[in-house]
Design a protein around this ligand. Structure first.
Ligand code: COI
Length: 356
């Protein structure tokens, strides 16, 4: 296992108001850092007090966005212990992202060990209240100081921790989603399947437009025909059409292969649901809605957990789904997934990893 130098803070921060965490507003006392240098590999692993970075203005990440990230959570269980949910899947995905973005691979076991050590040190930042958790944000940035467009030879890997409540202000209540018919998020051969910051930067214009119109997020369609459903930026999407659970296939490489998405598919199949990972056009969803066969729509994600979609606006045509209430499939997934994550029900699938 890697050797981690630990330097504890001498000035712990005041804790936030646990009743009003929101998402991504507060950061714990420590962070994990590790550097990469070509010829030397990943080195100098350390846990140090949370602090600003000092970087040269010509650092490559500022100019060419060679940056990637992950998102996972630590959960407080009823007996007071802390656990992670499938952290191996996040670091394995991080390496698939790294490969596409020309960033050196990380060692998955070392990352899990580093994360467990960090969360244990900052264990008093893992909230206790129902529906809250410690959001974990590992990320890597290119640190060469250079303005030529090349692959960086040096990197900084960091993990920061943020106690959070729900991602959406609406909580588990259905969110309104705007179908984006003008801008696109990803194309085949691009970076849609990765968790690189650039994907999110490119999505902001659609997000801003949707927010102005009173919608929480954007439903992205494929980049070529503007016809097939991809994902909702911060979530993968599922539709229940006439009893069949359908979610867009990740085959084209334009969708993030979500850990929550994968877990939902596995749970649904284990319960006997018919789940299809296939191409799904927005027209098929509209037709199902008109025929009264669109039973449910919901998003899945680490931050968003299970988020029912109560309204879809496609070219001004509003589809009100499930009468403003969470549907049966989404509710069952929410109860079981959060039951496993927060340790309120047995983890028969071996998905959780104890921190302490
Ligand atoms: C997550 O669900 O972990 C995400 O990364 C989504 C988002 C907050 C960007």
């Amino acid at each position: 296992m890697i050797d981690i130098r630990i330097e504890k803070t001498t000035a712990p921060k005041a804790k936030p108001d646990w009743d009003n965490l929101g998402f991504g507003n507060f950061y714990s006392d420590h962070m994990f850092l590790m550097n990469y240098t070509e010829g030397k590999g990943w080195h100098d692993a350390r846990i140090v007090p949370y602090a600003n970075f000092s970087l040269d203005p010509a650092t490559m990440v500022f100019h060419y966005a060679q940056e990637i990230f992950e998102g996972l959570k630590a959960y407080r269980t009823p007996d007071g212990s802390i656990q992670l949910f499938r952290p191996d899947k996040n670091f394995e995905r991080m390496n698939r992202t790294n490969e596409r973005m020309c960033i050196p691979a990380v060692n998955v076991e070392d990352c899990i060990y580093a994360l467990k050590t960090l969360v244990d040190i900052d264990s008093d930042w893992v909230p206790v209240k129902d529906g809250t958790s410690l959001y974990i944000r590992p990320f890597i940035i290119a640190t060469d100081v250079h303005l030529g467009v090349h692959v960086s030879k040096t990197y900084l890997f960091a993990i920061i921790l943020s106690p959070v409540g729900s991602y959406y202000a609406a909580g588990i209540n259905p969110v309104k989603i705007f179908v984006e018919n003008e801008y696109v998020r990803a194309v085949k051969g691009g970076t849609g399947f990765t968790k690189c910051g650039g994907n999110y930067a490119a999505s902001l214009i659609g997000q801003a437009k949707a927010e102005k119109l009173g919608y929480a997020q954007v439903l992205w369609l494929d980049g070529i025909e503007h016809k097939y459903i991809d994902e909702v930026g911060a979530m993968n999407v599922f539709f229940v059409i006439d009893g069949e659970v359908v979610t867009p296939t990740t085959e084209a490489g334009s969708i993030l292969p979500g850990v929550t998405r994968m877990s939902c598919i596995e749970l649904l199949r284990s319960w006997g649901y018919k789940v299809s990972e296939r191409r799904l056009s927005i027209d098929e969803v509209v037709d199902a809605y008109k025929a009264g066969k669109l039973n449910e729509a919901f998003g899945t994600g680490t931050a968003a957990v299970i988020s029912p979609i109560g309204e879809l606006n496609n070219n001004g045509e509003k589809m009100i789904i499930g009468g403003g209430k969470i549907g049966e499939v989404a509710q069952k997934l929410y109860d079981n997934l959060t039951g496993i994550q927060w340790g309120k029900q047995p983890d028969t699938l071996g998905w959780t990893v104890k921190v302490n």
